[in-house]
Design a protein around this ligand. Structure first.
Ligand SMILES: C[S@@+](CC[C@H](N)C(=O)[O-])C[C@H]1O[C@@H](n2cnc3c(N)ncnc32)[C@H](O)[C@@H]1O
Length: 193
């Protein structure tokens, strides 16, 4: 499938997924539980140009197992699956959002894996790349994340789009930034050494 058709199908699938799941009462109930009275309907999703940037910088290719920590409704994983053939794995703590991710990804690849829970409390499956995108962390969360990165096998790619982190033990292979609605955000791609 060519990239133009791939992107068009991805956009259509995301729009249908939105209509099916995000307008539902279950989602609204859980949303309030997690995010209070925020007017936002979804947390920020990584935009298309950044998804492409990451895929190229991280060398996403067919069969690569990519874990999205806090995958939301799986739009990023769906994009990389459709256009780069990755095997998508996600962890999402909001149940209704994880359900949306399952629906979206199963329509692309039957063997996709979406786990529901807190990614700090779950054993991460074995993967080739770990992505953390557009989640802001406290200093304590960042420490926990660093601790988990240290345990990843050599060669694992780590993509971080978040508040910047000191990653001395990882080798930076690419660095960029993107202006999100809430401000400029660093994008880094590392390899575990
Ligand atoms: C900003 S969205 C990003 C979604 C997706 N990664 C993307 O790039 O489009 C962040 C998601 O991470 C989830 N999340 C944040 N912290 C989490 C945690 N500790 N465990 C599991 N999910 C988490 C939120 O519920 C939210 O759906």
């Amino acid at each position: 499938m060519g990239p133009v058709l791939g992107i068009a199908i991805w956009r259509l699938k995301c729009a249908l997924n939105w209509a099916m799941v995000y307008s539902g009462a279950a989602h609204r109930y859980e949303w309030r539980h997690y995010f209070g009275d925020s007017n936002a309907i979804t947390p920020g999703e990584t935009p298309e140009p950044v998804l492409k940037m990451i895929a190229l910088a991280a060398g996403f290719r067919s069969g690569m197992r990519v874990l999205d920590l806090g995958c939301g409704r799986g739009t990023a994983l769906a994009y990389w699956s459709m256009l780069y053939g990755i095997h998508p794995i996600g962890i999402e703590r909001v149940r209704s959002v994880a359900h949306a991710a399952r629906l979206l990804l199963q329509s692309i690849i039957a063997t996709s894996e979406i786990l529901t829970g807190d990614f700090f409390g779950i054993v991460w499956p074995e993967v080739d790349a770990v992505v953390v995108s557009t989640t802001c962390f406290s200093a304590q969360d960042l420490d926990q994340l660093m601790h988990r990165y240290r345990q990843l096998p050599t060669g694992t790619v780590v993509v971080q789009i978040s508040n910047d982190v000191p990653m001395n033990e990882l080798k930076c292979i690419w660095r960029g930034s993107h202006r999100f609605p809430w401000g400029n955000c660093p994008i880094s791609v590392f390899r575990c050494v």
